[in-house]
Write a protein that binds this ligand. Structure first.
Ligand code: NAP
Length: 297
């Protein structure tokens, strides 16, 4: 090979490889490096994405390290999205509005914070269900970081109404305000008259104290005229999503949002379109399966 190896080739990563990382706590379980690296391979870039576990109290030191070592970008996951928003040198309008950063570009003059969760969510709706929120009635269960990104994105996409259902009234009201005139707080019963119903709580997620728990909206309120989305992607589907599907609703799990928000991160770092199909294959394990099959063959 005359040229230097790029992602996925023998001899890679190497001294010249550009490094990006995912920071979180815990983060060793994260799918993001696999998604980023699949993109870098398909783009023939000599880039590598790795997970950097950051212990409590070590965020400042981690960000100093990123600057000093020339790490090109960061994906930011729990519990650091809000803390990083307060520490970057500049923010995109979306990250500033949300007060949460899930993607950092390391520029020569400082750290630039962005948030790709909302764009990832809208892209997942479009690709997975050909759903355009414009003029539609939407309900979001939860009022945390993911819910806020979804509420803002739905409003920016022209939703007629964005109803936030949260267990902590003040947080629900704050999330609803992100949707401006279209936003209000509500109850699970509002789901019956919505076109789109989203679970943005961790209820039903594997690894939580009750992985069989159902999202806050009773599946009996869901039916054939609705798109029902669970941001949780382990397991696929959650029990709640499976019940919605059995009632005739169109359903989407959280893997699409994960892939699309990671794709947008790759685009922000590399300045080029991300290879979505390669990232989908990595997300669903088809790449791994093909490699194993090849070795076995
Ligand atoms: P977060 O900031 O901790 O917010 C969690 C929200 O869920 C809060 O509003 C919380 O209520 C609510 N909640 C938690 N337990 C509840 C319960 N037992 N009953 C009712 N509400 C409850 O978390 P996040 O970052 O928004 O993440 C939420 C979920 O989305 C997680 O499962 C995460 O994995 C998933 N997610 C997926 C993607 C993707 O790409 N697919 C991206 C981001 C997040 P309070 O307001 O009262 O605290």
């Amino acid at each position: 090979m005359n040229r230097a190896p790029v992602a996925g080739e023998p001899g890679w990563p190497q001294a010249s490889s550009v490094v990006v990382g995912v920071i979180g706590d815990p983060v060793r379980h994260s799918l993001s490096p696999a998604l980023h690296n699949a993109a870098f391979t398909a783009m023939a870039l000599d880039w590598v994405s790795v997970a950097f576990p950051v212990p409590p109290g070590a965020l400042d030191a981690a960000l100093d390290g990123v600057r000093a070592l020339g790490v090109r970008g960061l994906s930011v996951t729990m519990p650091f999205k809000e803390a990083v928003a307060a520490k970057v040198d500049r923010s995109s309008a979306t990250a500033a509005r949300l007060g949460a950063v899930n993607c950092v570009l390391v520029e020569p003059d400082g750290l630039v914070g962005d948030n790709t969760d909302g764009e990832g969510f809208l892209a997942a709706l479009a690709r997975g269900a050909q759903f355009d929120p414009s003029g539609r009635r939407c309900l979001v269960a939860g009022a945390g970081g993911a819910a806020r990104a979804v509420v803002l994105a739905l409003a920016q996409a022209g939703a007629a109404e964005v109803v936030v259902v949260g267990r902590t009234p003040a947080r629900a009201a704050e999330a609803a305000r992100l949707a401006g005139d279209a936003g209000r707080t509500g109850t699970p019963a509002d789901a019956a008259r919505c076109d789109l119903v989203v679970n943005a709580t961790p209820l039903g997620m594997a690894g939580t104290s009750d992985p069989h728990a159902l999202a806050p909206v009773d599946p009996a309120l869901l039916g054939p005229a609705q798109l029902v989305v669970d941001l949780v992607y382990v397991p696929r589907p959650t029990r709640w999503l499976a019940l919605a599907q059995s009632r005739g609703a169109t359903t989407l799990d959280g893997l699409g949002m994960l892939v699309h928000q990671a794709a947008r991160q790759v685009e922000l770092w590399a300045g080029r379109p991300a290879p979505l199909e390669a990232m989908w294959r990595a997300a669903t394990g088809e790449d791994r399966h093909r490699r194993v099959t090849a070795l076995e063959g």
